[in-house]
Design a protein around this ligand. Structure first.
Ligand SMILES: Cc1ncc(COP(=O)(O)O)c(C=O)c1O
Ligand SMILES: N[C@@H](CCCC[NH3+])C(=O)O
Length: 411
């Protein structure tokens, strides 16, 4: 079995340099072999279960296709993600659409797609969503998202399990499930998700969530096909951090779930793709400022939003030189006109203009959360697999950024 963690130091510097030279920076690079390894480890930890990849972490069709080929299903947060999953060749029976306050067009799309592919599962997290599905004539495979009342995650902004926005309170679930069944829906599952970036310290919360889901499954006599306990499996972002003990999490899950006559489903996003990706960026400014050394790079909060959004730490490695010279402390900042556009403080070997830096764990929620703020085009992404490489999403241009503008008739 592959190592549960791939550190930034393990990436081949010469190869990354070559990719940056050819395709310019900033550039996301995703290693599909590593994605496959991560999936195999997850599937191996839950041999009795089903792995549904949470596409929101990285929707590149090369990534979706790789995971589907390996056996994963796809958990989709929007109509767009369902469209991507189906286009990537996911068999409809392996597609789950998990709507959170879904816009009208999303539900229209989900219902018409489910009409065409009745094997698709729709997950609803509010009675209103169930009503809106019924109004559209949907009576297909329905899963109920419950709010288990217990959350976890690397930051309060990604803890969902106790946030009322997500799912119906678990106490209300038995009645809602029975009602949906009476209304003619094909009730196939229950779902809950504690949050994202769960570490070993969150194991108690995870256990509690799973135990509540097991109890709910046992109280439900609708012949549920699956119990979906969500994703959230964390990865180490700091080089010294230990990886999650997946076997221990799986054991705790089984024990907490207890006997249920339904398939266990897990929905990892980050775990499958984070350490399979790096973001390459070049230094364009080195500026001593009092006691501080500011290093300006061409990637910023519009390229990788996580540091600005969650104070998230991503390891950074300089690919310049041999790396054996003395390091200095530097504040690595991006090109965006915001004080929050900072990756953090890093020890870098003698930073100089033109140096190439690799930012680790960029495969999850990296490109996905990129924006065009400051009218900055989004970067290109490349995929690699053994000795092959290809750009799978071209770099945007300023013309792409402005292409939706229309003339205002009176101006
Ligand atoms: C419903 C649902 N499932 C799965 C995930 C995947 O989370 P992660 O990428 O942390 O595994 C998320 C995101 O937090 C989610 O909201
Ligand atoms: N975007 C978050 C994860 C949230 C997952 C969606 N519920 C992150 O980068 O950590």
């Amino acid at each position: 079995m592959s190592s549960p963690v791939r550190r930034l130091a393990e990436w081949d510097a010469a190869r990354l340099e070559g990719l940056a030279d050819t395709h310019e920076t900033p550039l996301y690079v995703q290693d599909l072999e590593r994605v496959r390894e991560n999936y195999a480890r997850m599937a191996d930890a839950f041999p009795e279960g089903r792995v549904m990849y949470a596409a929101k972490a990285n929707t590149a069709s090369a990534v979706l296709g790789t995971l589907v080929e390996a056996g994963a299903g796809i958990e989709c947060a929007s109509a767009g993600e369902v469209e991507r999953a189906l286009s990537a060749g996911t068999p409809p029976e392996r597609v789950q659409y998990t709507a959170v306050n879904p816009p009208e067009e999303d539900l229209d799309y989900a219902v018409s797609t489910a009409r065409e592919h009745p094997e698709l599962t729709v997950t609803a997290g509010a009675k209103d969503t169930i009503d809106r599905l019924a109004e559209r004539g949907f009576s297909g495979r329905l899963c109920l998202r419950v709010n288990p009342g217990v959350g976890a995650g690397h930051h309060e902004k990604v803890s969902t399990g106790a946030n009322a926005k997500f799912g119906v309170p678990i106490e209300r679930a038995p009645d809602l499930l029975a009602e949906a069944d009476e209304r003619g829906f094909d009730v196939v599952g229950i779902h809950a998700h504690a949050g994202s970036g769960i570490s070993g310290e969150d194991l108690a919360a995870h256990r509690e969530l799973v135990s509540r889901m097991g109890e709910l499954a046992r109280r439900t006599d609708l012949g549920l096909e699956f119990v979906d306990i969500g994703g959230g499996f964390g990865v180490p972002y700091r080089e010294a951090e230990d990886p999650l003990d997946l076997a221990a999490v799986a054991d705790a899950t089984r024990e907490a779930l207890g006997e249920v006559d339904a398939t266990l489903v897990v929905e990892p996003g980050r775990y499958l793709v984070a350490d399979a990706g790096v973001l390459l960026t070049r230094v364009n400014t080195v500026k001593p400022a009092g006691d501080e050394l500011v290093v300006g790079v061409d990637a910023g909060m519009t390229t990788l939003a996580r540091p600005a959004m969650y104070d998230a730490h991503h390891a950074i490695r300089s690919l310049a030189g041999t790396g054996d010279c003395e390091t200095v402390e530097a504040t690595v900042t991006g090109p965006i006109c915001e004080s929050g556009d900072v990756f953090g403080s890093y020890e870098l070997p003698d930073p100089a203009r033109g140096d190439l830096l690799a930012i680790g764990n960029a495969g999850a929620y990296g490109y996905e959360m990129a924006s065009q703020y400051n009218s900055r085009p989004r970067p290109a992404t490349a995929v690699i697999e053994d000795d092959k490489s290809a750009v799978d999403r071209r770099r945007e241009t300023v013309a792409d950024v402005t292409r939706l503008e229309r003339e205002v008739p009176w101006l």
